[in-house]
Design a binder for this molecule. Structure first.
Ligand SMILES: [Zn+2]
Length: 249
């Protein structure tokens, strides 16, 4: 579910509406964080396994005093700015408390400078108990994204969408990831691509081609057995997302 539904509200009326929807009062910043958590709990009860955000630049470390000041300004109508960075940080803590994953769009889209995977690093480091599912290899910043997946125990790398952006970039980056990123930290295929269902199927066929290509080269080079390759493929396609999302299958 989109985290921005709660973290990127644009008016005092919108804040009030969120609270009313959940039959809660909202007179303070802390009240609103409680509303966010109640909303997330409701999503979870309805079957959500994670929230979604994007790796965007922040204005600095989330500052509680500044956030309270901005919230008051919104309430009394003196200003329209919202403490978005503070609320996003609170949302990451909520994910940890509620056992939900934060999926993070990174790279490819429009002005991709504002979606670089490295923007999310401070949030990753401040929230070691939150699971991050980092999307799209951060394309084109596949190497920097690989290092993020290697360095931080709470980050998984998700190849959703990468196979249809560029099979060749996916293969060359994945070949490097195999050297560097633990095999339990990667998802070979994922979301962010849906209707019509033929597109999802076609993307899965391409994903299997790419994974097979990378692993077959290792087998041919004599550095991996076929059994080892199958074990890795199973982790990438099946075991790892189940572990990260704590799914029951
Ligand atoms: Zn995306």
């Amino acid at each position: 579910m989109p985290a921005r539904e709660f973290t990127d509200v644009t008016s005092w009326e919108a804040i009030q509406q969120k609270a009313t929807d959940l039959a809660m009062p909202v007179n303070s910043l802390d009240n609103y964080v409680d509303v966010m958590e109640a909303g997330v709990v409701r999503w979870k009860q309805e079957g959500a396994v994670g929230l979604k955000t994007a790796s965007e630049p922040t204005v600095g470390d989330p500052d509680r005093a500044e956030a309270m000041h901005l919230f008051e300004g919104l309430r009394n109508g003196s200003q329209g700015a919202l403490p978005r960075d503070y609320l996003r940080e609170e949302m990451l803590k909520i994910c940890a408390r509620q056992d939900l994953v934060m999926a993070v769009h990174a790279g490819m889209w429009g002005d991709f400078r504002n979606l670089d995977s490295q923007h999310i690093i401070p949030s990753i480091m401040r929230n070691p108990d939150t699971h991050f599912d980092l999307y799209h290899m951060g394309m084109p910043a596949v190497r920097q994204t690989g290092v993020i997946g290697k360095n931080f125990p709470n980050v998984w790398l998700n190849l959703c969408w990468t196979h249809i952006i560029s099979q060749q970039m996916t293969r060359s980056a994945l070949d490097e990831y195999l050297d560097m990123v633990p095999v339990n930290k990667l998802f070979a295929f994922g979301g962010d691509y849906h209707r019509p269902v033929e597109k999802a199927y076609g993307h899965l066929v391409m994903a299997r081609e790419d994974i097979a290509w990378v692993l077959a080269r290792r087998i041919e080079a004599g550095v991996m057995t076929e059994d080892q390759a199958v074990t890795v493929a199973r982790k990438w396609f099946w075991d790892n997302p189940i572990e990260c999302y704590k799914l029951e299958v």
